[in-house]
Structures are given as structure tokens and as C-alpha cells.
Design a protein around this ligand. Sequence first.
Ligand SMILES: [Cu+2]
Length: 153
Amino acid sequence: MPDMKTVLKCGVILMLSAASLLAQAEVTVKDAWVRATVPQQHATGAFMQIQASSDMRLVEVQTTVAGVAEVHEMKMDNMVMKMRAVPQLDLPAGKTVELKPGGFHLMLMDLKGQIKAGDSVPLMLIVETKDKKRAVVEVKAKARALNAMDGKM
Ligand SMILES: [Cu+2]
């Protein structure tokens, strides 16, 4: 028979996971991946598909693998591919917002070490609802090998 302490502890863990499930249900993230890096590389991109059940905005990104994480946009400007940080990314209700090479992406800078293919990279997406409520969406992005398709960042 489990003693009271164990029972209480289990109760807390159950409550916590129920709460995080609730937050996760409002934002669905699919196909999250990060481009693997070579040694001494300081920055890389993270990509995924995000769908929110109600209008939200992605306002902040955090990760333990990089000193800085930003939402970036890549655009052709006078025949030159340019990249800029965007302060927030709209996540319209029910619409899949795709972060992909050549478009919106999450930029991880000041990397703390090499990201090798197969690594699981933890990302925390901070989203804000219309009534300014914030929630954290935890994502595990799989590192994929570099490929020739990608332009220089
Ligand atoms: Cu970028």
C-alpha cells in the first residue's frame, strides 16, 4: 500500500501534466526541426508548423541551446535574400503557419555548442492570446543534417 506522501506526490504530478496538456491543446506544433550545425557555427534555424485554435501571437522564443532566439523573416529584396527579426508572429485561429527555410523561421544565435543530426532541441514558444494571456508551448525539435538547398544565413 502506498503511503500518504507518495499519493500526494502523484497527485501533484497528475495536476501538472493536466495543466500543460490544456495549454498544449490550444497550440499544435508539427514537424519541428532544427538545422544541424558544424563545429564553430554560431547560428542556425528552427522550423515547424504551428496551428493555434484561437487568434494568438508568437511573442518570444527561448531555448537552452542558444543565448538568443528570435523570430525571423526571410524575404527577397531587390534580388537579394534578406533576413530580419520580427517582434511577433501572428497565429490566426485554425490556420497553419509554416516556418520554413526561405520564409519565417526561428533563429537560434550564440549557440552553446554544436547541434548534431538526431539531437533533440528543446524550444519554448511563448504565445499571447488576444486578451494578453501568455502560455508556454514546449517543443522538441529534431536536428536534421545540413543540406545544399539552404542559402547562407
Ligand atoms: Cu534568421
